[in-house]
Design a protein around this ligand. Structure first.
Ligand SMILES: Nc1ncnc2c1ncn2[C@@H]1O[C@H](COP(=O)(O)OP(=O)(O)O)[C@@H](O)[C@H]1O
Ligand SMILES: [Mg+2]
Length: 486
């Protein structure tokens, strides 16, 4: 540590496990180069066999010091340690490096530094393809506040948007905030409906048992009643599920808990063809049960999310009345604002000691139109071009320009995916869009197709600048509308 110019700011033994925990503070040039602005957590284990729970224990350990969560150091006697660590962490956003004790102190220091540099470069903070929350989640504060208010006042919420607009991320951040307010009294269960089988007959039975199972696990952790939920199988009816949930909410400690069930990817349940004669009465029946549970229990609420607004906007589903029709105000996710985009790019940049010029930020926003996934992906390309030289960690407009063409090639499939989701779930909107492309602008369609135009604006496909309604610039990145914007 002394050779690297680093120092310990903390060291303490965990008496239960016998592991020592310490924090190494990096010197200023190293901090800047690596973009690690807090200490590195080091653990010293006395055991010969390294187990993954040591790493879990390390990451969750409260050490009263700021430490970064990208790189951890570990001293262990296990000679297979680094191979195990690489296996355990290869999908994670953090690295755990072993401290080698062989060789001279100078060699050990050089070797460690080299591995820290590689590990920190591996961690491009813009590069996330799975849903984010916590300190990875940016912007949308007003939306979140609005949703929390809706939930507290007992209204069902609906969050909608095209593919990759950040719905799942918003749902998990919403859950985090909801529980943070009252960790003992709040339960938030996020259920992804994508896993449901596609066949109509198997869908509802599977949904019933999945929901029961998820709630049972979460209720159990909170000391709530699970007896009725435990007897639900995929032979149970929607009515059985409703009764089982109701029992848990009303008996025992149930009434002291607030429960929110968040159902993500509702399009897996309510497909694109909701008006077909295909018998899927299970879907409206399931929604009816949700509605009844929300009405009967002030401590229960539901959030629905997905591409299609059908669950709350269509009066009928599969030939039945839709119990959730007009029950919730839809919240649409589209682009983030320029301020939000700049904040996200800069905050993530500070994790790798990258500074962005105004010109660079502006180019990113122009190219992506504030579509959050596109923004992260373009920023990721630009950040990957940075050198490890401390003096030149600035991302300029020219650097963004330099990676633009390469990025565009990957952006095509992302944007095509978004437009494809429009095609599948908003066919009327798409026809209106195509009609408008033949006209000088979209303004004159507003009278006849106000609903479709308003949905297209809500989805971020059309932009209303107060004077004109026009195709959003980001759509030009895909293959379908290229060259069609005016
Ligand atoms: N609020 C946000 N802040 C930062 N990044 C976000 C945010 N929302 C979404 N992202 C980025 O977009 C990607 C897609 O988000 P996700 O929630 O999976 O979208 P969806 O569920 O709508 O398909 C995430 O992997 C993340 O990189
Ligand atoms: Mg999602």
């Amino acid at each position: 540590m002394a050779i690297l110019g680093c120092d310990y700011s903390y060291a303490r033994k965990d008496e239960q496990t016998g592991v020592w925990h310490a924090v190494m503070e990096l010197n200023a040039p190293l901090q800047l180069m690596l973009g690690l602005n807090s200490g590195i957590h080091i653990a010293f284990t006395p055991y010969h066999e390294l187990q993954s729970r040591t790493i879990e224990g390390m990451r969750s350990k409260d050490i009263e010091r700021p430490r970064n969560d990208a790189i951890y150091l570990l001293h262990t006697k296990d000679i297979y340690a680094q191979r195990k660590l690489d296996d355990w962490t290869f999908r994670e956003t953090y690295s755990v490096l072993t401290l080698n004790t062989g060789g001279s102190p100078e060699d050990a220091a050089q070797d460690l530094l080299a591995r820290i540099v590689i590990a920190s470069a591996r961690n491009n903070p813009y590069d996330r393809t799975t849903p984010v929350s916590g300190d990875e989640f940016f912007g949308r504060h007003e939306t979140l506040r609005g949703l929390v208010t809706e939930l507290r006042s007992g209204r069902v919420c609906g969050v909608f948007g095209l593919r990759k607009t950040g719905k799942t991320s918003l749902l998990s951040e919403l859950g985090r905030l909801f529980v943070l307010g009252d960790p003992q009294g709040s339960l938030y269960v996020l259920q992804d409906l994508e896993v449901l089988p596609s066949g109509a007959e198997q869908k509802i039975p599977q949904l019933i048992s999945d929901v029961a199972n998820q709630l049972k696990i979460s209720f159990g952790k909170h000391g709530m009643r699970t007896h009725e939920l435990a007897s639900i199988t995929n032979c149970s009816t929607v009515g059985d599920l409703r009764q089982a949930i109701g029992a848990a909410l009303r008996r025992g400690v149930g009434p002291t808990k607030s429960v929110v069930l968040a159902l993500d990817e509702v399009e897996s349940l309510v497909g694109a063809e909701t008006q077909t004669s295909e018998v899927q009465t299970g879907v409206p029946e399931f929604f009816g049960a949700l509605r009844a549970l929300v009405q009967e229990n002030s401590n229960f609420n539901v959030v629905l999310s997905g591409i299609t607004t059908a669950p709350i906007m269509y009066p009928t589903l599969y030939g039945r009345e839709n119990p959730l029709f007009a029950w919730a105000k839809p919240t649409f996710l589209a682009e983030i604002s320029r301020t939000e985009s700049d904040r996200m790019i800069q905050a993530l940049g500070s994790r790798m000691a990258a500074r962005w010029t105004h010109d660079a930020l502006s180019r990113v926003y122009t190219a992506t139109g504030g579509q959050v996934f596109l923004t992260r992906s373009l920023a990721c390309f630009a950040a990957a071009k940075l050198s490890n030289d401390i003096a030149s960690r600035e991302i300029s407009g020219a650097l963004v320009q330099e990676c633009f063409r390469q990025w565009r090639r990957t952006a095509v499939s992302l944007v095509d995916g978004m437009i494809d989701s429009l095609n599948r779930f908003y066919p009327y909107e798409l026809s209106v869009l195509e009609l408008g492309l033949e006209l000088p602008n979209f303004n004159e369609l507003e009278d006849d197709f106000s609903n479709e135009i308003s949905n297209l604006i809500n989805l971020g496909v059309l932009i209303d600048d107060g004077q004109n309604i026009a195709l959003a610039q980001w759509t030009q990145l895909g293959s379908k509308f290229r060259g069609k914007s005016k």
